[in-house]
Design a protein around this ligand. Structure first.
Ligand SMILES: Cc1cc2nc3c(=O)[nH]c(=O)nc-3n(C[C@H](O)[C@H](O)[C@H](O)COP(=O)(O)OP(=O)(O)OC[C@H]3O[C@@H](n4cnc5c(N)ncnc54)[C@H](O)[C@@H]3O)c2cc1C
Length: 442
C-alpha cells in the first residue's frame, strides 16, 4: 500500500465562504507534507463569495472577475477537487455519495461516485426559504447562486429597455416605468435596494433607457416585521430607513406577503404592489439533503454540533457555517448564519483538525461577534454596528464603515491567496473599475 493510500483522508464538502478557506489552509499544511489527503467536494466548478451576489444582481460587480476555479486553487494549495453534489453518507463504511455531473448539454461529465473519508466536514451553506408562499418559488428570484443573480440583472436591463420602448408598464402619471419588489428587509434586501438605485442611474447614463432613474424605476422593499434590518439595532434600522427614503426607495414594514404573481406582490393587509421583477430575500433554510444523513438536525434542518463543531452523534463528522447549528452560550442561542461566523469557524477548524491528527484534545469554538455592517452602495454612508471589538456596540457610518465592510471580503481573499495576491487583486479590481462601465451592461 502506498503512503498516500494510508494517509488520513479529510473530505470537506462545500467550498463556500468557510469551506474553501479551510481546505486551502489544510492543503497548505497537511496536504503539502503528505500528513493527510485533503479533498474538496463542491457541486459547482467555481467559487464566489456569497455576500457579493447582491452586487452581481445589480450589475455593479462582474462575477467573472471575482470567481475562483476550484481546480486551480487545488493545484496551488495541495488538495484534490471532486466536482459533484453530496447525496448521502454511509457512516458504517465511512463513505460519501456524490451525484454525477453533467455539462450544459446534459451530457454526463463525471459519473456518480463514492468517496471514502476518515474525517468529514460539512460546509454546504443554506438555501432560500420561500415559506410555502403561493407563487413565490415560481415568480420571485432567489439570490443563492451566480446564475440567479445574473438572471435578475439581465431581466432588470430587459425591463428598462422594454419600458423605454413602450412594451412595459405605464404608471399613474402616464409615464413608462419599471417596478422592482424586494421581499425581505434583512441585510441582503436592503443592500440590493441601494445598489439597484445606483444601477438605474448608471443604465440611464449609458443610454440603455431614458427613464427617469429615480421616478420611473421604482424600488419597493417589503418586510413582514415591524422594522427593516430586524437582526440589527433599532438605531441602525432607523438611520438606514432614512437613507433608503433619501434614495427614493419605498419601504413597507409589517406587510406579510401572501402571494407573488407574475406582475405583483400581494400582502395580508390587502396591498397589491406592482412588480416587473421580484426578488425573494426573506429567509433561509438548510439544504434538504442534511435531514437525510441520519445525523441530528435543528428545526431549521442544520446539523446540530457541539462546541468542537462535531456532530452530536458522530465524532468523525464536523459541520460549520450556515449548515450547522452551533451553540453560542453568551446569547443562549446559536451562532448566526453569517460570513463572519463561517470565517471564524474555518480558522478554528484548521487548528482543531491539525490537533486531532496529532492526537491532541479538541478545543472549543467561541464565536466573537464583531458587529454587522450594511452597505448602502455608492450613494451614501454605510450604516453599521460594531460590537465585540470594543466590548459593547457602537454605531458607525460613512467611510470608516465602508472600509470595514469591504475588509470582510479582503479577509476572505487573504485566507485564500495570502497577502501579496490579495494586494494585487485589490489593485487589479480598482484599475478595472476605472476602465470598465460601473454596471455590467449586457
Ligand atoms: C446576497 C447575500 C448577501 C450576504 N451578505 C452578507 C454580509 O454582508 N455579511 C455576512 O456576514 N454574511 C452575508 N451573507 C451570508 C453569507 O454569505 C453566508 O453566511 C456564508 O456564505 C456562509 O458560508 P458557508 O461556507 O457556510 O456556505 P456558502 O458560502 O453558502 O457555501 C456553500 C458551498 O456549498 C456548496 N454546496 C451546496 N450544496 C452542496 C451539495 N449538496 N454538495 C456539494 N456542494 C454543495 C455550494 O456550491 C457552495 O460553494 C449574505 C448572503 C447572501 C446570499
Amino acid at each position: 500500500m502506498s503512503t498516500e493510500a494510508r494517509a488520513h483522508r479529510i473530505i470537506v464538502v462545500g467550498g463556500g465562504a468557510g469551506g474553501l478557506e479551510l481546505v486551502t489552509r489544510l492543503g497548505d499544511k497537511l496536504g503539502k507534507s503528505g500528513a493527510a489527503q485533503v479533498v474538496l467536494v463542491d457541486r459547482s466548478p467555481t467559487h464566489i463569495w456569497k455576500p457579493l451576489l447582491h452586487e452581481v444582481a445589480a450589475g455593479s460587480m462582474d462575477p467573472n472577475t471575482h470567481q475562483l476555479e476550484y481546480v486551480a486553487q487545488a493545484r496551488w494549495h495541495d488538495f484534490e477537487f471532486q466536482q459533484g453534489e453530496l447525496t448521502g453518507i454511509d457512516r458504517a463504511r465511512k463513505t460519501i455519495s456524490v451525484a454525477a455531473c453533467v455539462d450544459l448539454d446534459g451530457m454526463e461529465l463525471l459519473p456518480a461516485r463514492e468517496l471514502p473519508y476518515d474525517t468529514l466536514v460539512l460546509a454546504i451553506g443554506c438555501v432560500t426559504h420561500f415559506f410555502g408562499v403561493p407563487g413565490a418559488a415560481a415568480n420571485a428570484i432567489a439570490l443563492d447562486t451566480v446564475a440567479q443573480a445574473e438572471r435578475f440583472r439581465r431581466r432588470l436591463i430587459a425591463a428598462c429597455v422594454r419600458a423605454q420602448n413602450g412594451g412595459g408598464r405605464v404608471g399613474a402619471d402616464g409615464r413608462p416605468c419599471v417596478d422592482v419588489a424586494i421581499i425581505g428587509a434583512g441585510a441582503t434586501g436592503v443592500e440590493l435596494s441601494a445598489e439597484l438605485r445606483n444601477t438605474a442611474h448608471v443604465l440611464s447614463a449609458y443610454g440603455l433607457h431614458q427613464l427617469d432613474p429615480r421616478r420611473d424605476v421604482r424600488i419597493h422593499v417589503i418586510e413582514a416585521g415591524p422594522r427593516i434590518l430586524p437582526a440589527l439595532s433599532e438605531r441602525v434600522s432607523t438611520e438606514t430607513t432614512k437613507l433608503l427614503h433619501k434614495l427614493g426607495i419605498d419601504v413597507f414594514t409589517a406587510e406579510r406577503v401572501t402571494e407573488v404573481t407574475t406582475d405583483a406582490v400581494l400582502t395580508a393587509s390587502g396591498k397589491r404592489i406592482d412588480a416587473d421583477l421580484t426578488v425573494w430575500a426573506a429567509g433561509i433554510t438548510a439544504p434538504p439533503v442534511l435531514a437525510t444523513l441520519g445525523l441530528p438536525v435543528s428545526r431549521m434542518g442544520q446539523i446540530v454540533v457541539g462546541p468542537t463543531l462535531q456532530s452530536e452523534t458522530d465524532p468523525d463528522i464536523f459541520a460549520f457555517g450556515d449548515c450547522a447549528s452551533c451553540p453560542w452560550p453568551e446569547k443562549q442561542g446559536t451562532v448566526p448564519p453569517r460570513a463572519q461566523a463561517a470565517h471564524q469557524q474555518a480558522t478554528f477548524l484548521y487548528g482543531a483538525l491539525c490537533a486531532r491528527l496529532a492526537g491532541k484534545p479538541l478545543p472549543a469554538f467561541q464565536f466573537k461577534d464583531l458587529g454587522s455592517l450594511v452597505s448602502l452602495g455608492h450613494f451614501s454612508a454605510v450604516g453599521s454596528l460594531m460590537g465585540g471589538l470594543i466590548g459593547g456596540s457602537m454605531f458607525i457610518e460613512g467611510l470608516m464603515a465602508r472600509v470595514m465592510y469591504t475588509s470582510l471580503y479582503r479577509m476572505h481573499v487573504l485566507a485564500l491567496h495570502g497577502a501579496v495576491r490579495m494586494a494585487l487583486d485589490t489593485v487589479t479590481h480598482w484599475l478595472r473599475s476605472k476602465t470598465s462601465p460601473r454596471v455590467k451592461l449586457h
